[in-house]
Ligand binder design. Structure first.
Ligand code: CA
Length: 511
C-alpha cells in the first residue's frame, strides 16, 4: 500500500528517475528466494502447545501441517509469511519438553508418526518453507539404550558417555559401579562423549536419517556445553559436524544455541556454522528490549554496529526477542501494544534470520516461575476451542489475552496484523536480510538508523523508537515503505524524512 502511494507521487517526477525507481521496486517484488537460500524468517514451535488435530489435548505434527496456511500461504493477507520453521524436539523422550532423547530415529508418539513428519516436510517444501528440528546431542536421556548398556558395564557404551572414578562438578554417582558420570543438566541427562569417533558416527547417521526425511537443517541445543566450556574443543566438534552434514546436503542450515556472552558466541563462529542465536540482544535485559524500553535508538545503533563489525564474513546473525527458555517478551514490553510493534519492526528487519517464538505475534504473555509457563497453548481463538491444546502438565500461570489469532486477524490495528505487514516487507526486499550493515550518523538519540547494501543497491532503514516526533535529512533517497505503530506514518518531503513517534521507514538510494 505504502509502495503504491509513493509510486503515484513519482508520476510528477522526471521519466528517467521514475524508470530507475520502478526497476528497483519490481526487482524486489518478484525476486523468489530459492529453497537452497539460507536467509529466512524462522518461527519456533513447541509442538505440544501448537495445534491438536485428534482431540487428545496434545499438539501434533498434523496440527502444524493444518496450520501451514496461517504460517505461510502465498498471497494471503491472513498469513504470517514466515519461511522457516524450527520445531522443538520431536524425537522419542520421556519428558514433556523432549530435550532428553531415548530414540533418535523416531517421532515421539505424543506428536504422531515418522510418516506424519515426512508429510509435513513435503508440505513445507512445496511452500518453500525451510524446516529445521531441534537436535539435542549434548546429552541423551538416562533411559536411552546406550546409557542403559553403559550402566550394565558394556565398555563400548561406557565410552559413549563421560565416566570417571572420582567426583567432580556436574558429575553424578552410578550406584552400581560407584563411578561418576557427567550430566550438566542433571543425572537424568547424561552428557555424551563427543570426542568418541563411534559417537560421531552415530550422530552422523542420525542427521543423515533426518535430512533424508526432509529437514533442511538443525537447531543445535546447548553447544557451549559440548566440551564443558572448552571453546577450542567445541569449535573443533562443530566444524566436524558442519563439514560432515555438508557432504549429505551442501545447503544444510545449522543454528547453534550458545546461551552465553558475545565473546563465546563470536569464538564459536570460527566453526563456520552459519548461525548462532544472538543472546546478547535477546531477553528482557538484552540490547533490543532494553533499548526499546528506554527509547534509545542511537545507543542501539552503536551496539548493533559493534556486533556486526565482529561477525565473520558469511555469518547469518540470528536475532530474537525471547525463546522457550525465557519469560515472554510481551511482559518485558509491559504489555504495551506500541512497544511490542516497535520491537518487532526493529528485530525482524535486522540483517540475518530473525526467530519468532510462537504466540509472540499475538502478544502471548507468561513465563514467570516454571518453564512450563513459557510454553502454554497457542491461543487460536477466544470463541472456538478447536485445536487448542491442554497446557503442559505442571504449568500454573496461564495468562489470558483480549484477542486470539482469529480476533486479531479481523482487527486492522492488532499486533498480528502488524507482524504480517513487517514480515511481508522483510520478504519483499532481500537486501534487508542479506545486505552489508552500516550505521548512519544522525543527531536525534531516539533514531535507530542504518543502511544495508546488497548487489549494488543501498537501502536506509530508520526507526524512531522514542516517544517524540523526529526528522532526519536524507538527500538522494526515496521513501519506499512507511510503517506506523499507530496511525501516523513517516513522510518524506524535500529530502527531509519526518518520523512520528514509534514509526519506521525504508528508503532506497535513488541514484
Ligand atoms: Ca493430538
Amino acid at each position: 500500500m505504502a509502495l503504491r502511494k509513493v509510486r503515484s507521487a513519482w508520476i510528477f517526477l522526471s521519466a528517467t528517475v521514475m524508470l530507475l525507481f520502478s526497476s528497483c521496486a519490481t526487482k524486489s517484488n518478484i525476486e523468489q528466494v530459492a529453497m537452497s537460500d539460507n536467509y529466512r524468517i524462522y518461527y519456533e514451535i513447541f509442538v505440544a502447545s501448537f495445534y491438536d488435530t485428534d482431540g487428545d489435548g496434545m499438539g501434533d505434527l498434523q496440527g502444524i501441517r493444518q496450520k501451514l496456511d496461517y504460517l505461510n500461504e502465498a498471497g494471503s493477507s491472513k498469513s504470517l509469511g514466515v519461511n522457516g520453521l524450527w520445531l522443538m524436539p520431536i524425537m522419542s523422550s520421556p519428558s514433556y519438553h523432549k530435550y532428553d532423547v531415548t530414540d533418535y530415529y523416531s517421532v515421539d508418539p505424543d506428536y504422531g508418526t515418522l510418516e506424519d513428519f515426512k508429510a509435513l516436510a513435503a508440505a513445507c517444501k512445496e511452500r518453500n518453507i525451510a524446516l529445521i528440528i531441534d537436535l539435542p546431542i549434548n546429552h541423551t536421556s538416562d533411559r536411552h539404550p546406550w546409557f542403559q548398556a553403559a550402566l550394565s558395564g558394556d565398555q563400548d557404551y561406557e565410552n559413549y558417555y563421560r565416566f570417571r572414578d572420582d567426583f567432580a562438578s556436574d558429575f553424578h554417582k552410578d550406584e552400581r559401579s560407584g563411578r561418576f558420570f557427567e550430566g550438566h543438566f542433571g543425572s537424568h541427562m547424561p552428557d555424551l562423549n563427543l570426542a568418541n569417533p563411534q559417537v560421531r558416527q552415530e550422530l552422523s547417521d542420525i542427521c543423515k536419517f533426518w535430512l533424508d526425511a526432509g529437514v533442511n537443517g538443525f537447531r543445535l541445543d546447548a553447544v557451549s556445553w559440548f566440551f564443558s566450556s572448552n571453546i577450542t574443543a567445541n569449535v573443533e566438534f562443530l566444524s566436524w559436524l558442519y563439514n560432515e552434514l555438508k557432504t549429505f546436503d551442501p545447503d544444510v542450515y545449522l543454528v547453534g544455541e550458545a546461551w552465553s556472552d558475545a565473546t563465546t558466541i563470536l569464538a564459536l563462529y570460527e566453526s563456520a556454522i552459519p548461525s548462532f542465536f544472538n543472546f546478547p540482544f535477546s531477553q528482557s535485559t538484552g540490547t533490543l528490549i532494553s533499548s526499546i524500553r528506554a527509547g534509545k535508538g542511537a545507543s542501539l545503533a552503536s551496539a548493533v554496529d559493534r556486533w556486526y563489525a565482529q561477525l565473520p564474513q558469511g555469518a547469518i546473525d540470528a536475532p530474537f526477542l525471547t525463546n522457550h527458555d525465557h519469560a515472554r517478551s510481551a511482559g518485558a514490553l509491559m504489555g504495551d501494544l506500541i512497544l511490542q510493534k516497535q520491537a518487532a519492526a526493529v528485530y525482524l528487519l535486522l540483517p540475518g534470520n530473525p526467530f519468532i517464538y510462537y504466540g509472540e505475534e499475538i502478544g502471548m504473555r507468561g513465563g514467570s516461575g516454571r518453564d512450563e509457563n513459557k510454553r502454554t497453548p497457542m491461543i487460536w481463538s477466544l470463541s472456538d476451542s478447536e485445536g487448542i491444546t491442554n497446557p503442559p502438565e505442571g504449568s500454573d500461570d496461564i495468562r489470558p489475552l483480549d484477542e486470539g489469532v482469529a480476533e486479531q486477524l479481523k482487527n486492522r490495528n492488532s499486533l498480528l496484523r502488524y507482524y504480517i505487514d513487517i514480515i511481508a516487507i522483510k520478504n519483499r526486499y532481500p537486501a534487508l536480510a542479506r545486505g552489508l550493515f552500516n550505521i548512519m550518523q544522525v543527531d536525534d538519540q531516539q533514531l535507530f538508523a542504518y543502511t544495508v547494501t546488497y548487489e549494488g543497491t543501498t537501502y536506509a532503514v530508520v526507526h524512531n523508537i522514542g516517544s517524540e516526533a523526529s526528522s532526519v535529512p536524507l538527500a538522494g533517497y526515496s521513501l519506499i515503505e512507511a510503517i506506523s505503530t499507530n496511525n501516523k506514518k513517516p513522510q518524506f518531503k524535500n529530502s527531509l524524512l519526518q518520523m512520528p513517534r514509534y514509526s519506521s521507514a525504508i528508503l532506497v538510494v535513488s541514484h
